[in-house]
Ligand binder design. Sequence first.
Ligand SMILES: Nc1ncnc2c1ncn2[C@@H]1O[C@H](COP(=O)(O)OP(=O)(O)OP(=O)(O)O)[C@@H](O)[C@H]1O
Ligand code: SF4
Ligand SMILES: [Mg+2]
Length: 342
Amino acid sequence: MSGAETSVRPASTALPEPAPDPVVEVADLEVDFAVRGAIGHAVRGVSFQIRSGEAVGLVGESGSGKTVTALSLLRLLPDRTTRVRARSLRVAGVDVLGASAASLARLRGGAAGVVFQDPLRALTPTRRVGSQIVEVIERHSGRSRTQARLEAVELLSRVGIPDARNRARDYPHQFSGGQRQRILLATAVASHPRLLIADEPTTALDVTTQSQILDLLLDLQQDLKMAVLLISHDLGVIARVCDRVLVMYGGRLVETGSTSDVFRAPGHPYTAGLLRSIPRLDRPGAVTSAIPGEAVDGFTQVVGCAFVPRCSLAAPVCTECPELEDVTPGHQAACWRSELVT
Ligand SMILES: Nc1ncnc2c1ncn2[C@@H]1O[C@H](COP(=O)(O)OP(=O)(O)OP(=O)(O)O)[C@@H](O)[C@H]1O
Ligand code: SF4
Ligand SMILES: [Mg+2]
């Protein structure tokens, strides 16, 4: 018997460790858009949870609803043209659909940090990077200006900006693309968020920088025990960073499970096709799809499984819409014929 086993409390007095509350809890999320008088369905009945310290990947072809799902978590979609509904939508204990504007503002950039593909859009071009980080620290931690400045320099140095004390006085355009993404990551974690949403954070970067930033993200995640939602086209990135993966097609979740289970033995032909797709060396982030045909968009009327026109396993049963069902415990796919997927 190992030392670890002998130190376990006797059964009579042992209390089960309570599972931590999920940081993200989404049940039956639906997002509709009004475009020129027509209603499009960008997200249809999506449910998932993310716990502290867990990194979950969201994958799917362009237009499958990944960004819309992520933006819905913080109600960042335009209210005028969008309708977001859910049975439950909770982030860091906040009921996102019922929250006041003030509590949403506290959540964004507070308990939930966001990193997008284009750091120049997210950073304010006319403000020194140090003061952008100082502002987040002051707003969410109540530290004094002096303390916040010290912390901002520490954070810049932590994310790999050399000579951080001096460089904190520079403006975003004075940094390279990779450095800007590091600064954005520093800004996003400056409030010690419980959730970090990263939407294609490394897509625009060269392979070496991409790899360094992913290491950094993993490091920060483990240090701060953050829940992470990572969106990427690149399944290699997801495999490296994420414990679990969510696969979206046509606004629906079609497969979920641990990254190793899903990647080793996918239960949906769409996931299997994504895994066979080849990264394009000439356009980082783009892939040559191994799946024939066009993806469905939110304006396509779908009866039954939306993947029918592209699926080599399609059969008469597929005119009924499949729900997510267990492939193995903890691994689910929405496909009538998952046992035939190779
Ligand atoms: N502001 C908007 N108005 C209307 N439709 C929108 C809007 N934003 C997104 N959509 C539609 O919602 C669907 C999902 O878009 P989304 O941006 O979530 O896709 P994605 O999976 O993030 O794709 P990509 O990989 O290209 O980033 C698409 O059909 C898109 O056209
Ligand atoms: S339900 Fe049918 S059409 Fe849909 S993915 Fe499975 S086999 Fe293909
Ligand atoms: Mg997107």
